[in-house]
Design a protein around this ligand. Structure first.
Ligand SMILES: Nc1ncnc2c1ncn2[C@@H]1O[C@H](COP(=O)(O)OP(=O)(O)OP(=O)(O)O)[C@@H](O)[C@H]1O
Ligand SMILES: [Mg+2]
Length: 387
C-alpha cells in the first residue's frame, strides 16, 4: 500500500488513474510523447509503452534518444543510422509490429539541408565548420531534430500505412520542455543581433562604420578567428533561404503535437526535485494547450514486509550484541527502505494535492536496470496496473 493513489486516497484525495491500456487501445491515438527531466525513465517508458502497444496489436514505431547501450541492443538499434528497424522476438499474435530507431541528430539535420536546398548550397552548408558545430553541439538541436524526425515519421506513417502509432522519447530537458522551445532557440540564434551583425556589420543597431568597424572587426577576428567569422557568415547566408522552411515545419509539428491524435506522458520519479520539475512540465503543457494524459511516477519503492522502521530498528538494537550480524544488517536495511518509502509517499501526496486532476500511474523500482524485452514487458504491465 505504498502507491500515491492509495496514499493520496487516504489523504482524502482521489487521484485519477492514468490508463495506458485505454490510450494505446484508442486507434485515434497516433502519437505518444514521453517527456520529463533527466534520468527519470523517459526512454524506458517510451520503449515499454511501444512494446505493450505493439503486442496489443498496434503497428508502432518508437523514436528513442540516446538509449543505454544494452537497451539499444535489445531493441536492435545498436547502430546509429536513423532508420526504423523491426524489433524481433515480440509477440505478434494480435497483429501488431514494433520498429525502433535511435535519433541521429547530425544526419537528421544533414537530411533537412539536402532535402531543402540546391546541391551547391547544401554542399556549402554541410562543409561549413559553423554548421558542423551547430548540428552536433548546439543546445536545442537535439530537441529540434527530434521534432523534425517526428514530423518525417508522421508523414511516412500517413503515406505508407506502415505505422499507426509513433512513440517519441525526448532528450533530457535542461529546462522544462526544451523541445517545444527549440525552434525558438534556433530562430533566436539565426535571427540574433550578433549574427546579423556578423553578416552585415555596417547595418542595424550595432552598426559600425569606418575606422571603428575595421578596428573592432580586426579585434573580433583576433578573438574568434577569421575562419570562424567567415564560416558563420557563409552559413547564415546559405541558411537564410532554408530557414523559412524550418519554421514552417516546426509550426506544423507543433500543430500535430497539439492535435487530438497526440498525447503527452510526463515521467517523474518520487523525489522532490523530479516532482517539482514534473509540475513545471504539467503546467507548461497545459498553458500551451498540449494534450496531457497524465504522469508516470517511475522507480517507486515498495516493500511487502509490514514492519515499521521503528520496530525494525528496535529489533536490530535487541540483537546488536549477539552473533546475529546478518539479521541486524537486514533489519537496518529494512528500516532505511521503509523510511525511503515514507518520504516518497509524502512527496507524491504533496504532488497529488497540488495537481489533483492530473491522472497518475506508477511503476515500481525493479531490482536491475531495464535492458531487455522481458523487463520492458514487466514495466509495461506495471504501468497498466491499477493497484
Ligand atoms: N522502474 C525501473 N526500475 C529499475 N530501473 C529502472 C526503472 N526505470 C528506469 N530504470 C533504469 O534507470 C536508468 C535511467 O532510465 P532511462 O534511461 O529510461 O531514463 P531517461 O529519463 O531516458 O534518462 P535521460 O534523461 O538520461 O535520457 C536506466 O538505467 C534504466 O534501465
Ligand atoms: Mg533517455
Amino acid at each position: 500500500m505504498t502507491s500515491a493513489l492509495k496514499s493520496a486516497a487516504r489523504a482524502g484525495l482521489p487521484v485519477p488513474f492514468l490508463d495506458i491500456d485505454k490510450i494505446i487501445g484508442d486507434r485515434e491515438t497516433k502519437i505518444i510523447i514521453c517527456c520529463g527531466s533527466g534520468g527519470v525513465g523517459k526512454t524506458t517508458t517510451s520503449a515499454a509503452v511501444a512494446l505493450r502497444a505493439a503486442e496489443a496489436g498496434r503497428k508502432v514505431v518508437v523514436l528513442t534518444i540516446d538509449p543505454a547501450r544494452r537497451l539499444a541492443q535489445s531493441l536492435g538499434v545498436g547502430e546509429l543510422d536513423n532508420t526504423p528497424r523491426p524489433v524481433s522476438m515480440i509477440d505478434t499474435a494480435a497483429g501488431g509490429s514494433l520498429d525502433a530507431m535511435m535519433l541521429d541528430m547530425k544526419n537528421t539535420f544533414d537530411d533537412v539541408v539536402l532535402a531543402h536546398s540546391t546541391p551547391e548550397k547544401a554542399a556549402a552548408i554541410l562543409q561549413n565548420q559553423f554548421y558542423v558545430a551547430l548540428s552536433s553541439e548546439f543546445s536545442g538541436t537535439q530537441e529540434y531534430m527530434a521534432m523534425e524526425k517526428l514530423g518525417q515519421l508522421h508523414t511516412e506513417a500517413e503515406a505508407s500505412g506502415r505505422w499507426d502509432l509513433i512513440v517519441v522519447d525526448t532528450p533530457p530537458a535542461r529546462s522544462a520542455l526544451d523541445f517545444l522551445d527549440a525552434p525558438e532557440h534556433l530562430s533566436a540564434l539565426l535571427d540574433g543581433r550578433f549574427l546579423r551583425f556578423l553578416l552585415h556589420p555596417t547595418r542595424g543597431p550595432l552598426r559600425l562604420m569606418g575606422a571603428g568597424f575595421s578596428m573592432i572587426s580586426a579585434a573580433m577576428n583576433k578573438i574568434l578567428g577569421a575562419q570562424i567569422i567567415s564560416d558563420v557568415q557563409t552559413f547564415v547566408r546559405a541558411f537564410e533561404a532554408l530557414f523559412g522552411g524550418f519554421r514552417q515545419r516546426a509550426t506544423s509539428t507543433f500543430q500535430l503535437l497539439s492535435s487530438r491524435h497526440s498525447t503527452f506522458l510526463v515521467v517523474a520519479t518520487p523525489q522532490h526535485d523530479a516532482l517539482r520539475e514534473a509540475e513545471y512540465f504539467v503546467d507548461r503543457l497545459t498553458e500551451e494547450g498540449m494534450p496531457l494524459s497524465g504522469m508516470v511516477i517511475n522507480r517507486v519503492h515498495t516493500c511487502a514486509l509490514a514492519i515499521s522502521p521503528e520496530r525494525a530498528l528496535s529489533l536490530a538494537e535487541d540483537l546488536a550484541d549477539t552473533s546475529a550480524v546478518l539479521e541486524v544488517e537486514a533489519l537496518r536495511r529494512h528500516a532505511n527502505l521503509m523510511r525511503m518509502i515514507e518520504t516518497e509517499t509524502r512527496m507524491m501526496e504533496r504532488f497529488a494535492a497540488a495537481r489533483p486532476t492530473v491522472a497518475q500511474t506508477q511503476v515500481q523500482s525493479l531490482p536491475t536496470d531495464v535492458t531487455d524485452l522481458a523487463a520492458l514487458r514487466r514495466v509495461g504491465a506495471l504501468l497498466s496496473d491499477k493497484d
